[in-house]
Design a protein around this ligand. Structure first.
Ligand code: PLP
Length: 219
């Protein structure tokens, strides 16, 4: 069930702050997506390739699909023709594969590099040193458009820690932006979910990925 009231309030709050809302619809029905689409939402985020393909086939063409999960290289080819933005690029191998599929389609594919900011070992992403190694190589990938960075904070009640993690992503974003090999299109910081999006925006986020606040809890 979609919480329309929460959606309207969120849209108003985010518009005032010029923050893009990605509605995270993973494990939610096509009907729920249509309900939000009917209210004007066009950016939706999914975590699983097969689920995204099933939904994309059934839903309107003007939806901008964001892939926000962990993407395996061997699955890039399925989403490459239509995906709007891949948030979780966390290895050179994946970057290379996205470039290869982009070249085949003659389509520049939009991506964000995922940076590991949380304390938990389980979260994917480049660390600071790896990021510094990747950046000089981006010129080699002419079918990939690197638009910015994505990160997930620790799952924690410790506000100070979460804040610090978001701040570290923001600082890395500023550093990357100064890197001359990145085009002026480097402009997106994707951070913040239902539980921490306000903290993320305070630390400079301009794209939030919100699921349960809009769609209710997932099974
Ligand atoms: C599921 C998910 C979200 C949304 O989480 P909520 O807490 O439901 O808002 C955001 N980002 C990523 C990467 C996710 O996997």
């Amino acid at each position: 069930m979609v919480n329309k009231e929460a959606y309207r309030e969120l849209v108003e709050e985010l518009a005032a702050k010029k923050v893009t809302l990605v509605a995270v619809s993973k494990l939610k029905s096509v009907e729920d997506i249509i309900a939000l689409y009917g209210l004007g939402q066009r950016d939706f985020g999914e975590n699983y390739v097969q689920e995204l393909l099933d939904k994309q086939a059934k839903l309107p063409d003007d939806i901008r699909w964001h892939f926000i999960g962990h993407l395996q290289s061997n699955k890039v080819k399925y989403i490459a023709p239509f995906v709007h933005l891949i948030h979780g690029v966390d290895s050179c191998k994946l970057l290379k594969e996205i470039n290869k599929q982009g070249a085949k389609l003659d389509r520049r594919i939009n991506v964000l590099l995922q940076v590991h900011i949380a304390q938990e070992e389980t979260k994917f992403g480049f660390d600071e040193t790896e990021l510094a190694d990747v950046l000089p190589q981006v010129d080699n990938y002419s079918f990939v458009n690197i638009h910015g960075l994505m990160g997930m904070a620790s799952f924690s009640d410790n506000k100070g820690r979460v804040q610090q993690e978001f701040q570290s992503l923001q600082q890395q974003f500023e550093l990357c932006k100064r890197n001359s090999s990145l085009a002026s299109s480097f402009s997106i910081i994707s951070m913040g979910m239902s539980g921490d999006y306000q903290l993320a925006i305070e630390q400079g986020s301009n794209m939030v990925r919100i699921g349960s606040l809009l769609f209710g809890r997932r099974q």
